[in-house]
Design a protein around this ligand. Structure first.
Ligand SMILES: [Mg+2]
Length: 201
């Protein structure tokens, strides 16, 4: 059977931080003085964006951001990671890639699945052996890894990686992609997507 990989999107290939902060800034929610977040390439040091927003407003923003039309398909990419992914797809047609992402859909307009397919196509990342699975939450990701008998997983979310490793039964080798917001997690990790892809047998 072909090797199967599960690759997370937000925080790995897609710059969710940029889209989310843009949304937060479009309201009156953001703390000043974070005006120059684009120029500085702001990356939060924790999951709830503590530098720019308080917990209450974060809860509000995280439950509404996806209602913006075309939020998912408008996200910028992490260029180096997308380049590494495209190169891998070209060189390793023997490997099956599943883009495994937990994304809510807007109540109107194209679903998260449609937007995600469009985004990946625009990035040149939907090759012959690549497919997309959109789920509602990280717990569902763990189930999908088991159901699809995935061999290796990369994700920036510590709980996802931890649970996949704990389950163990499916044999998936799960690694954390290092990001500022997961630096405290004590889990096997890679510093770049290229490093991870180079390790795939
Ligand atoms: Mg992620």
């Amino acid at each position: 059977m072909s090797t199967r990989l599960a690759v997370d999107l937000d925080g790995v290939l897609a710059n969710f931080v940029y889209g989310f902060v843009k949304y937060v800034k479009s309201g009156v929610m953001v703390y000043s003085p974070y005006e120059k977040w684009v120029e500085t390439g702001y990356e939060p040091r924790a999951w709830d964006f503590p530098e720019i927003i308080n917990r209450e407003l974060f809860k509000q923003a995280i439950s509404t951001f996806h209602e913006q039309p075309l939020f998912w398909q408008s996200l910028p990419s992490y260029v180096a990671n997308c380049n590494a992914m495209a190169e891998f797809l070209a060189q390793r047609p023997d490997v099956n890639v599943v883009y495994l992402t937990a994304r809510p859909s807007p109540s109107k307009g194209p679903s998260a699945l449609v937007q995600t397919n469009r985004w990946l196509r625009a990035q040149g990342l939907l090759g012959d052996a690549a497919s997309v699975v959109v789920v509602m939450d990280w717990q569902s990701k763990v189930k999908i890894v088991e159901i699809l008998a995935v061999d290796a997983v990369i994700d920036d979310h510590p709980l996802t990686i931890d649970r996949i490793r704990l389950k163990g039964a499916c044999g998936a080798d799960a690694k954390l992609l290092s990001r500022p917001w997961n630096r405290d997690a004590n889990l096997p990790r890679c510093d770049s997507l290229k490093e991870w892809l180079d390790s795939i047998k």
